[in-house]
Design a binder for this molecule. Structure first.
Ligand code: KG4
Ligand code: ZN
Length: 345
């Protein structure tokens, strides 16, 4: 049984032999919408309120009693400290009371394996695993990781400022759209002209693997100052969404495919809320196919934060005999690069 409460999703999953038999998610997106971003105190209160309900529902869906659980996992970090605490302490209390092992998981490491969970019900497909370059793009993070083997990975680069999702959300706000703006931009962009306006593609030609999105947001702000009222015209708004989305997607796809080529890797994978974006998914499929690369995308329900990916990873570790001390603490600023040493410790 796995718990994920690192940000604004309260999620509990039950995994049996690699199959996701339950994956309940209580999203707080609507609650935070009126504040234009995640409010940590509200997130904590909601996790506390929702976690028992989501956990009971997950057990019911799985047809299990708590005593049937072999091990309990939770996200240790990175994330909002108080939010992480709710999931971690709940998981530890359950593991302790059942006398079962506890496993602490790195949130981004779980994201790396979510593209390998597929089907209905979702099932871990590690038999098909190939070394890959993985993009994690969400509201809080944007990074490229070389996944050399199962549980073996190396961070190649990350954003130097805003995350890709943050850029979608901030641009959407400038355009007068509500939070979170990413899905709205995606919807409007589908009926817009991506060539209507020219915005920068920051660091796309840079040979390194880092990203930067704050300049793109600033250039949209200057454009709107020079063209007041343009976003009130429905078709111009669609064109603006399509043009900005095209810049972000060009950078994400270009960097992901470029890194795979530079490393001689034959597969690219992606997860995180931004990778739900339809423009991203179709452009990645086209570009990767031209480059002779296989693509594995997390299915949309597993792109955003969920406990299924935490549970699938924890089960792999559990089967290798790993566990985490029952009194382990949250790790709000935990870097993915530190995971191996943590696992070995
Ligand atoms: O992974 P996620 O649910 O949560 C974290 O940030 O951890 O990602 C949420 C982010 C938000 O910034 C949201 O605007 C963006 O992902 N997002 C999208 C789309 N769906 C979610 N961005 C672009 N297109 C989408 N379809
Ligand atoms: Zn995430």
């Amino acid at each position: 049984m796995a718990f994920e409460t690192s940000c604004d999703e309260t999620s509990v999953a039950v995994i049996r032999d690699g199959v996701v038999v339950a994956n309940g998610v209580a999203s707080q997106v609507r609650l935070h919408a009126e504040y234009g971003g995640v409010v940590p105190e509200l997130a904590t209160r909601e996790h506390l309120r929702n976690l028992p309900v989501v956990a009971a529902a997950a057990l019911e869906t799985a047809g299990l009693h708590p005593s049937d659980i072999d091990a309990v996992a939770a996200t240790l970090g990175p994330g909002l400290p108080q939010a992480l605490m709710i999931g971690l302490r709940s998981a530890q209390a359950l593991a302790f009371s059942l006398g079962r092992p506890f496993l602490g998981v790195h949130h981004h490491e779980a994201h790396l394996y979510s593209p390998w969970i597929a089907g209905e019900p979702p099932r871990a497909d590690f038999g098909a695993f190939e070394p890959n370059v993985s993009l994690i793009a969400s509201g809080g993070h944007t990074m490229l990781v070389h996944v050399e083997g199962e549980l073996r990975h190396r961070v190649l680069g990350a954003t130097l400022d805003d995350a890709a999702g943050e850029c979608f959300d901030k641009v959407a706000k400038l355009l007068g759209l509500s939070y979170p703006g990413g899905p709205l931009v995606d919807r409007l962009a589908a009926e817009g002209d991506p060539g209507a306006f020219e915005f920068p593609r920051p660091m796309l030609r840079d040979p390194g693997h880092d990203f930067s999105f704050s300049g793109l947001k600033t250039s949209v702000r200057y454009f709107l100052e020079r063209n007041p009222g343009i976003a009130s015209d429905p078709q111009r708004l669609r064109d603006l969404c399509a043009s900005v989305q095209s810049s972000i997607v060009d950078v994400l796809v270009g960097k992901l495919v470029g890194a795979a080529r530079a490393l001689g890797v034959r597969c690219v994978t992606a997860s995180g809320g931004v990778t739900c974006n339809r423009g991203f998914r179709s452009q990645l499929a086209r570009t990767a196919s031209l480059a002779g690369l296989a693509v594995r995308l997390a299915q949309p329900s597993l792109c955003t934060d969920n406990a299924a990916m935490v549970g699938v990873l924890a089960e792999r570790r559990f089967l290798r005999g790993c566990s985490t001390p029952i009194d382990e603490e949250i790790r709000p600023g935990w870097a993915l690069g530190e995971v191996q040493s943590h696992a070995a410790a």
